[in-house]
Design a protein around this ligand. Sequence first.
Ligand code: C5P
Length: 412
Amino acid sequence: MLDGKRILLVIGGGIAAYKVLELIRRLREQGASLNVVMTKAAKQFVTPLSVASLSGGKVFDDLFSLTDETEIGHIQLSRAADLVVVAPATADLLAKMAQGLADDLASTLLLATDKTILVAPAMNLRMWLHPATTRNAATLRKDGVLFVGPEDGDMACGEYGPGRMSEPTVILSAIATALQGETQISLLPDIGRAEKPLAGRRLVITSGPTHEPIDPVRYIGNRSSGRQGHAIAAAAAKAGADVTLISGPVALADPPGVSTVHVETAADMLAAVEAALPADIFVGTAAVADWRVETAAAQKIKKSSAPPQFALAENPDILAAVAQRRASRPRLVVGFAAETENILAHAREKLRHKGCDLIVANDVNRAMGREENEVALISPSGSESWPKMRKDEIAAKLVQYLAQMLKDRSDA
Ligand code: C5P
């Protein structure tokens, strides 16, 4: 994805510097080449040796290094890049950039470069919320500096709030977006943007498998863990939505701030969904069993000489039923497609025949029951693929995406 792209990475001195090692690894995996500059403080958090081993190149840290100056020169270093990335961008580095100070290699490069700069701030929440930092961030934005994060979260200092550096996968997407010449990284958390993009919206979501009884102890089921659906419900609640989660049998806790309804079968799930509507957004994440045993036995079936035969009946398609509602159809109906082959083609076909607005497609071999997932989004207007991320990261990004889609439709 980033094949042949040259990134100049400036590592600032903050505890989040350890996450940058993962960013370097992922950048290299995507084919980017790197020059890395570390501030004096950064070297207190990660060693130049680990950075050099992962980045596959030299690490620069000295403004007055005679060898570096004869080999490359700091002006050259600042310009031989397609993008300059600062991560973690500390309060001190942002202040220096806003003021145009140049008293070490990192700040000198940032002043000398003529390339786009993307910063990933990381600091204590009071430092981030301090009027001085707010002023500096506004100045930098006006100067054309791009921001990814910071995000709300637990801090190394034990507090909770804005100031946490975005996860490496999120920074990676921001880098890809910035390299496309974008002047705004709109899908990502950003100071000044509404923190609750789904405030006042209602979202109904299904998650987990369904269990279709054969008799009182046996059932037809599948391997869905419910992790992705539960993560989306939690992320939507965090984004301000009023969320009802209809969950099949899973081994997960109910997400905080979400009203959860527990069901067993597809028929119960459909009834619970209909009871939870109307909504602005419906997301069908559940792996609904396609068939049920037509008549489940009232008593446990005894092991007899001949294995029992079951007549199967088709289950209702919950996603299609919601997408094809005439009265009070949610404005956004989103389905998931778990495929084992021809993922995009099958997803496109699913989008059409179910009548939904967006399909999130994934490879079932890589997703089901795992912590990570790699998805592609297919809508009638096109498709986009996201890099491999944790399911909660996909959830957060999807929620931002849905908020934007809903806003576009309201504006249209
Ligand atoms: O048809 P298929 O199962 O591949 O489609 C997957 C999508 O449809 C998922 O969003 C799933 O939640 C939804 N679905 C449903 N009811 C069914 C089968 C699938 O809502 N009976």
